[in-house]
Design a protein around this ligand. Structure first.
Ligand code: GUN
Length: 292
């Protein structure tokens, strides 16, 4: 069994990005600039955004954080998005989700210029991804593909079961694992209404668990030699931690890991790769790699 070390892989990729940025700047090019909009004071969002700003520093990017209270109106937020769309110094930007209930997340996502949508959430990027065109691929699925590639996990022709059908992970992951240029696998998507989910999992060569239910995948659900990618990051109370909680994956790691060829831990697996892939997308934005 080999543990897929997302933390070390992410650190290596960030170092590779930083090197490339210095080459670009030394050659007279522009330092990539990522902006982030954070609305309100959600604990998880604060942490994510802080880590994104730190990752920008590690990569040698310029970053700008725009903070607003949660009473900002939808119209005001849309005006902020438009300003970033118009700002030639900003290569890419994100609006951290979730947003307060009085603001339509979909409206905000669709207001972002798709050429600066480094989250890859805009329908143009989602659509281009689905038909295999150059685009920003959202960070979590992109990070999973990168881990599979860097650990030489064979995916072509393999049976891949994806647990979960969210827009951010399950759906794009299924699209990517299916496509010849990425996973080239036979893909099954299971969700809360799936019959015989256990049987589907037991036949899988690769399981990607993204349902947000702690310890959902148990040893009896997997075959020997499976590769397991755990996307779960549910906060569960833990009195031994200073924060009072720990992150729990969708996989019962201790009993599943011994049966695996490869497995990602939580934390330290998919999580660190997600921010790292946002950095990769920002580098692409700076280089105008996908769109002029
Ligand atoms: N909230 C949780 N994950 C994400 C993400 O990847 N991007 C944004 N913008 N918000 C999030």
């Amino acid at each position: 069994m080999q543990i897929i070390d997302g933390k070390a892989t992410a650190a290596q990729i960030k170092a590779e990005i930083a090197e490339e940025v210095e080459r670009i700047v030394a050659g007279g090019g522009k330092r990539p600039h990522l902006a982030a909009i954070l609305v309100g004071h959600d604990g998880g969002s604060e942490t994510y955004v802080r880590n994104k700003v730190l990752a920008c520093e590690a990569c040698g990017f310029k970053s700008t954080l725009l903070r607003f209270e949660d009473d900002i109106t939808e119209a005001e937020l849309l005006a902020e998005v438009d300003q970033l769309n118009q700002d030639d110094d900003v290569d890419g930007f994100i609006v951290q989700l979730p947003l307060p209930r009085h603001i339509s997340e979909q409206k905000v996502i669709e207001a972002i210029d798709y050429r600066k949508d480094v989250d890859g959430f805009h329908p143009i990027n989602v659509g281009r991804m689905a038909i295999g065109l150059p685009c920003y691929i959202s960070a979590t699925p992109k990070g999973i593909l990168e881990l599979l590639k860097r650990y030489h996990v064979e995916t072509s022709g393999k049976k891949c079961v994806i647990l979960g059908r969210s827009n951010i992970v399950g759906k794009p992951m299924a699209q990517l694992m299916m496509q010849k240029q990425y996973g080239d696998a036979t893909v099954t998507v299971c969700h809360s209404r799936s019959k015989d989910l256990k049987k589907e999992c037991r036949e899988a060569d690769i399981i990607i668990a993204a349902i947000g239910q702690p310890d959902f995948v148990t040893a009896d659900m997997v075959k020997e030699g499976v590769t397991v990618i755990d996307v779960g990051t549910t906060r569960v109370p833990d009195a031994t931690k200073k924060s009072g909680f720990r992150l729990n994956g969708d996989v019962k790691y201790d009993e599943v890991a011994p049966k695996c060829a490869y497995i990602t831990p939580v934390p330290g697996g998919v999580g660190p790769m997600t921010i790292c892939m946002l950095m990769k997308n920002t580098l692409s934005a700076g280089k105008k790699e996908f769109f002029d």
